[in-house]
Design a protein around this ligand. Structure first.
Ligand SMILES: NC(=O)c1ccc[n+]([C@@H]2O[C@H](COP(=O)([O-])OP(=O)(O)OC[C@H]3O[C@@H](n4cnc5c(N)ncnc54)[C@H](O)[C@@H]3O)[C@@H](O)[C@H]2O)c1
Length: 432
């Protein structure tokens, strides 16, 4: 299989290594494309090159030339979220299948462009929902589909981002709603996808509240940081700021961003307390699903610890899963548990609660990424997936619709009916 990658920033390296190193026997990288010449060259320099000819690289405006000259079978899209649709659509129209990072896109007009192009071309779009592949979360699917708690009736789901990881969404393009869709699209696409998959349904009605409560100019003042600069690099108050990101001393970040920023003005370390941020950091969403399951969801981006808690209520009992990814942030340092601290408890009505041995894995995102890469790049060896974790454009669409509707609900104060949203925008989507 021949691959090209567009967007050679932080995330693309996982895909590049999978194609050129882990699964190189059956795959070939034929081109790299980016708008930043420096990041493009950096990535090209890391591609194993036994023939000595180097990998073909293309500037953003040469993307179509890359497809014509290199004839990839699949294009991997790892540009910022608001640009996904441009490359997904152009790749499909050039006859390529697409593997795209999440979220598939950020708003309804971009979603329509992707769905229309997919329908016209018949090409496939795979959205890389790695969270489905975390063994502990696959196990929840296994327990739920085995009927352990009977019919699922309601879910409580809370996701906490700590003050290192959470803060990072307020430093660069993610912090503008038009570029990321806000955290209810950018981040929660993972969570709403898990929910759609776990409960086997899709959202019909969404209401939400949200605000920016912590990453604000007022908080900078309260913390004695009101003299902060536009960015961390050279900031006059960096020595007393817990949110200081030191690009100069972090080798990988320095070469990927600081050393090449004169090419495009992309500042990786903008101040998290800036006035022009347009996304929320505190969000609560209520969802009703087509199969009558109801959901209470919370996302907080400045918690003192990082992890998740989910409780499924069912006609025969309850299933509860908790994952402490980071115990706490102390003076900018993140204290991780020795092993990922995950617990799952099954409490069937009339019986004592039962601790379940949690399925374990190794690698990034709780062991998810290596499993997903096997299915993506070596499907014949790993065989069919009993949990149907591969995600199409339809899954990608449903996973962002909850967040898009929640954004509308936050703006209007009204409950948003998804079918009305879709028909008002000329979008037809099958329900699972
Ligand atoms: N699934 C996950 O767990 C996960 C984790 C991290 C990131 N991601 C996703 O991966 C994607 C990339 O994130 P990232 O952190 O690597 O971002 P990044 O900003 O580090 O990289 C984006 C790259 O796209 C390039 N780019 C910008 N505009 C372009 C254009 N018009 N044409 C071509 N290239 C352009 C930039 O120069 C940069 O090299 C995002 O969609 C993000 O949501 C997913």
């Amino acid at each position: 299989m021949k691959y090209a990658i567009v967007g050679t920033g932080a995330r693309h390296a996982m895909f590049r290594r999978a194609v050129t190193e882990t699964y190189e026997a059956t795959n070939k990288l034929v081109g790299l494309c980016d708008s930043n010449q420096g990041r493009l060259a950096l990535s090209a320099g890391k591609v194993p090159d036994p023939g000595g000819n180097g990998i073909a690289t293309y500037q953003a405006e040469q993307f179509d030339d890359m497809l014509r000259e290199q004839q990839p079978d699949k294009v991997v899209v790892t540009v910022p979220d608001y640009l996904h649709h441009e490359y997904i659509v152009r790749a499909m129209r050039a006859g390529c299948d697409v593997v795209t990072e999440k979220p598939m896109t950020t708003d309804l007009s971009r979603l329509k462009a992707i769905l229309d192009a997919q329908e016209e071309t018949g090409k496939s779009v795979t959205v890389t929902f790695n969270y489905r592949y975390t063994p502990a979360r696959t196990q929840l699917k296994d327990l739920l589909q085995s009927g352990a708690i009977g019919d699922i009736t309601a879910v409580d789901f809370r996701w906490y981002l700590d003050r290192v990881h959470g803060a990072d969404y307020f430093r660069r393009w993610h912090r503008y709603k038009e570029k990321s869709g806000g955290l209810l699209v950018h981040k929660s696409t993972h969570h709403f996808d898990l929910l759609n998959w776990w409960i086997g349904s899709s959202p019909v009605a969404v209401s939400a509240n949200g605000k920016r409560a912590f990453y604000t100019p007022e908080m900078a003042e309260e913390l004695g940081l009101s003299a902060h600069g536009e960015r961390c690099h050279g900031c006059p108050v960096s020595n007393k700021c817990d949110f200081f990101m030191d690009l100069e001393t972090d080798g990988p970040l320095k070469e990927l961003y600081l050393d090449v920023e004169e090419n495009d003005g992309y500042l990786r370390d903008q101040c998290v307390f800036a006035d022009d941020i347009t996304i929320e950091d505190t969000m609560q969403v209520g969802v009703k699903y087509a199969n009558e399951v109801s959901l209470n969801y919370t996302l907080c981006a400045y918690s003192p610890w990082e992890g998740l808690e989910v409780k499924f209520h069912g006609t025969k009992g309850e299933l509860t899963h908790r994952h402490v990814e980071v115990h706490g942030v102390f003076g900018g340092k993140r204290e991780r548990p020795q092993d990922d601290a995950m617990t799952t408890e099954l409490h069937q009505a009339g019986k004592a609660p039962e601790k379940i041995d949690v399925w374990a894995g190794h690698g990034d995102h709780g062991g998810a990424d290596p499993v997903m890469l096997g299915y993506l790049f070596d499907a014949e060896t790993v065989g069919p997936d009993p949990y149907k974790r591969g995600s199409s454009h339809v899954d990608g669409a449903w996973s962002i619709l909850t967040g898009i509707a929640a954004n509308q609900s936050m703006a209007t104060g009204q409950t948003v009916m998804i079918d009305e949203l879709l028909s008002a925008n000329g979008i037809k989507l099958p329900r699972s």
